[in-house]
Design a protein around this ligand. Structure first.
Ligand code: PMP
Length: 468
């Protein structure tokens, strides 16, 4: 912990704690989703590396004591604030009992209780929980389980998946295969599976005057056509319910999911709902699927599952899927997938404490008030000449920046306008991390109305300077 014990670093002037840690970091670490060269010039065009030593509610505090409002919940993981005392206490308590145990042949009460609790709150019909330790791994599990289900049933010809354009499901090779964000996928395309991509119901693309519902329902025709042609070879359709997050916070109407569930049933393919980003209240309901009154065959959860404390993921599935794997060992039907940290007890305790907060506090009701406030504060941006759309689903809001509004013309990606917003945010104590030209807000649920004001004010000023 020497890195946070500033009293021992007396040789340095107080303002240099950030610089010292940043220099040590950049000499030793290779960061995710980062062109490391961007950090080389911390002045001028460069991007600073910011060492965080403490978190408190919606705030992150760097080594020099500067505070940043975490408008993106640290990659959409945090729900109830950094260093949330209730979740921290649960993890601390578990540390005194059991940090980890092999999860094959052995079990523990936190994992059992968490599975029972997840099945209680999840859409009806889900009856089994398979644990993994991050979002991408959960997607790998769902893809493999679906394929293996059909194989066990004697349909080995089902080898392909259907995904939506603009989708994001993770970075491991299977999850990346069903991802359609060129920035992440294009380089590795030669290594990937060959899914069928179908036009998303993305309402940013709707005709002028068309409602979200009409547009989303219209897009089901493309899915039907794909299933008519390919269903015999398709294991599953995988979607991000209601909001395609990493693809630019593109949103659609729940009616699409209801229709998609019916199509999957009609054509005999599974439906995988990747609620890794949108689960646990982000879209206004505990799970996004609830708004469409559907139960997927596989529900992938991670991120907010532990309140943002620990890596953990879970794939929930049905008894009818489970039963197809349940056989004599020698039949080779078992699902032999495993990760060393499957069902980690510390992570399960963090998750149980997170779910206890949902149980004990009116989280979704409070979020409705916060979401309304966010919508009111963002509304004026809709008229901005460089804003094509302001959209929102629950606690996720996004502002789409464009060079021209009518007709829409994008800013070239190479201009990195979003990066200008990011830097402006950091200068003014707000962590915004636009996705290309989409500035978005996905704050922890403990954000206050005053903090929403501040977050939006800083973003608006950042947008002004970025589009200039
Ligand atoms: N699916 C979705 C919808 C996601 O948003 C993400 C992460 N952004 C993932 C999967 C992958 O999760 P992880 O980063 O934990 O591997």
């Amino acid at each position: 912990m020497a890195c946070t014990d500033h009293s021992k670093m007396t040789a340095l002037p107080p303002t240099d704690f950030n610089a010292t840690l940043s220099a040590r970091d950049l000499a030793a670490i290779w960061h995710p989703c980062t062109q490391m060269r961007d950090h080389a010039a911390a002045d001028g065009a460069g991007v600073p590396m910011i060492p965080i030593v403490r978190g408190e509610g919606a705030w992150l505090i760097d080594a020099n004591g500067k505070r940043y409002l975490d408008a993106i919940s640290s990659w959409w993981t945090n729900l109830f604030g950094h260093a949330n005392p209730r979740i921290a206490a649960a993890v601390k308590d578990q540390l005194g009992h059991l940090e980890h145990v092999i999860f094959a042949g052995f079990t523990h009460e936190p994992a059992i209780q968490l599975a029972e609790e997840l099945l209680r709150i999840a859409p009806p019909g889900l009856a089994r929980v398979f644990y993994a330790d991050n979002g991408s791994s959960a997607v790998e599990v769902a893809l493999k389980m679906s394929f293996h289900y059909w194989r066990n049933l004697g349909s080995p010809g089902k080898t392909r998946f259907i995904a939506l354009t603009g989708s994001y499901h993770g970075e491991t090779l299977g999850a990346l295969s069903v991802t359609d964000v060129p920035l992440y996928r294009a380089t590795y395309a030669p290594l990937l599976l060959d899914p069928i991509f179908i036009a998303a119901p993305d309402c940013y693309e709707r005709e002028s005057g068309e409602s979200w519902q009409t547009h989303s329902l219209r897009k089901l025709a493309d899915m039907r056509a794909a299933l008519e042609r390919h269903a015999a070879n398709v294991c599953a359709v995988i979607v991000e319910p209601l909001v395609q997050c990493a693809g630019g916070m593109r949103m659609y109407h729940p009616a699409y999911l209801t229709g998609l569930r019916a199509l999957c049933d009609e054509f005999g393919v599974h439906l995988i709902a990747d609620e890794i980003a949108v689960g646990f209240g982000r879209t206004g309901t505990l799970f996004a699927c609830e708004q469409a009154a559907i139960t997927p065959d596989f529900l992938c959860l991670s991120k907010g599952l532990t309140g943002g404390f620990m890596p953990l993921s879970a794939v929930l599935t049905t008894t009818s899927v489970y039963d197809v794997f349940y056989a004599e060992y020698t039949s080779g039907k078992a699902f032999l997938h495993s990760h060393s940290y499957t069902g980690n007890p510390l992570a399960c305790r963090a998750a149980l404490a997170t779910l206890a907060i949902f149980r004990d506090e009116p989280v979704l009701e409070r979020n409705r008030v916060l979401a309304t406030r966010l919508a009111e504060r963002l509304a004026p941006l809709a008229d901005h000449p460089n804003v094509a759309e302001v959209r929102q689903t629950g606690m996720i809001a996004a502002v789409e920046l464009v060079r021209d509004k009518f007709p829409r013309a994008e800013f070239p990606a190479a201009e990195r306008r979003g990066l200008r917003v990011y830097r402006h945010g950091l200068d003014h104590g707000v962590l915004l991390r636009p996705l290309g030209n989409v500035v978005y807000f996905m704050p922890p649920y403990v954000i206050t109305p005053e903090e929403i004001e501040r977050m939006v004010d800083v973003a608006m000023a950042g947008i002004e300077s970025a589009v200039a």
